[in-house]
Design a protein around this ligand. Structure first.
Ligand SMILES: *Cc1c(COP(=O)(O)O)cnc(C)c1O
Length: 384
């Protein structure tokens, strides 16, 4: 999709906020513990390259992505020396690309190792492949599930040692963002039982996404996979307060491209779901669901001159209408996410309206919206 640079509608990314969020997390790490910035899905819609740069400046030492292509994108953008871990499973037929770009893949069973070893020979890939082992302690997604499986993996790996470079292992918690700690503790127990049967642990042991890092320190781990909190978003939504303030990096702004008084008897938008009963000032914003602004935002608000104005009628593909308190000039700025004249609309609030989580909205903003980067000195750095 083309990037609409000649339309007033953009995602603004505060790089200083990202740096501050990473800095605050790095400051809290135990000695010897590292933080990898999770920049999958174009850094949750924030832009992978710029976020990766900001994270490095603030003390991150590596990256996590979801798929091999995202890892290659980072290498090609000039991140040549940092470890890049692909969190999803990569097809074993990609061994040449994995080696060529020096990517660390996730391995979830011995079958993959055997297949990859065979393909390495066929394709004459000399380099040993870096990998993390996924341990499924209760997420039910990928990885080994029992100490017996882990033992078996360890033994088999020892026979393929020249082919592979076992960099680390990780598990992923399903409820680290919940005040109820029961399932978290169950997973931790399972994880520890699997760790215990490994003869010689690899360099990295990782249990923490943002939520686990903020609320569940685990002493035997030495690598944090820091995603959502880096963007300044509370992993729990509003359920638990973070131990330090998170600064949202993303805002979304546009302008009114049309302002008119609509006469009684007319309706607004597809389906004529909003009827005008008395003369009403209606403003049109040149953004819609093709930009990732969902139809379920009907009834939500945007900020015009710091005032909340309701979105009336259905959100169209490329435009939406709001009810204004009165006549305002065309080109008046509109804030859909962020702060205007001291009033704020958060991504969390928008997610609640859409009955989803901020993660989903952030990575759902389409490529049509330009990402504009800025830095500020207003963000305050917190230290211990
Ligand atoms: C996405 C992901 C993370 C990052 O999670 P956040 O909640 O954004 O911090 C960490 N680990 C794995 C395996 C993931 O898939």
């Amino acid at each position: 999709m083309v990037v609409a640079r000649n339309r007033n509608g953009q995602i603004l990314i505060n790089e200083t906020a990202i740096e501050t969020n990473v800095h605050n997390a790095v400051t809290r790490l135990q000695p010897g513990t590292e933080l990898f910035a999770v920049v999958k899905a174009d850094a949750y819609g924030h832009g992978a390259i710029q976020v990766a740069q900001a994270a490095l400046r603030a003390g991150a030492t590596g990256f996590c992505v979801a798929v091999l292509d995202e890892a290659i994108q980072l290498r090609q953008a000039g991140f040549v020396s940092q470890p890049i871990l692909v969190l999803g499973l990569t097809d074993e037929t990609k061994v040449d690309l994995i080696a060529k770009y020096d990517i660390t893949v996730t391995v979830a069973d011995v079958t993959w190792l055997r297949a990859a070893a065979r393909l390495k020979h066929e394709l004459r890939v000399e380099k040993s492949l870096k990998f993390f082992l996924a341990l499924d302690s209760g997420m039910g997604r990928i990885g080994l599930q029992t100490p017996t499986e882990v033992r078996d993996f360890d033994v088999n790996l020892q026979q393929m040692q020249d082919e592979f470079d076992w960099q680390g292992l990780y598990t992923h918690f399903a409820t680290a963002d919940s005040p109820d700690e029961q399932y978290f503790n169950f997973q931790l127990q399972n994880f520890r039982a699997m760790l215990a049967v490994i003869e010689c642990l690899p360099r990295y042991v990782s249990v923490a996404n943002s939520a686990a890092d903020l609320w569940h320190p685990v002493p035997e781990a030495n690598l944090v996979r820091y995603g959502i909190a880096m963007y300044g978003l509370n992993p729990s939504g509003t359920a638990i307060k973070p131990p330090f303030s998170l600064q949202p990096a993303l805002s979304l702004t546009s302008e009114l491209v049309s302002v008119r008084q609509v006469v009684p008897g007319r309706s607004i938008g597809y389906g004529a779901t909003y009827s005008v009963i008395k003369p009403t000032w209606i403003g049109t914003i040149p953004l819609g669901y093709a930009d990732g602004l969902r139809r379920s935002l009907q009834g939500f608000s945007v900020l015009v001159n710091g005032e909340r104005c309701p979105i009336v009628g259905r959100v169209c593909m490329d435009q939406m209408m709001v009810k204004l308190p009165g006549s305002v000039p065309v080109h008046t700025p509109v804030t859909l996410i962020g702060t205007d004249h001291g009033e704020t609309i958060t991504l969390q609030e928008m997610a609640e309206q859409c009955q989803t989580i901020h993660y989903e909205l952030a990575c759902g903003f389409s490529q049509r919206l330009p990402r504009v980067y800025y830095q500020t000195n207003l963000a305050t750095k917190e230290s211990r």
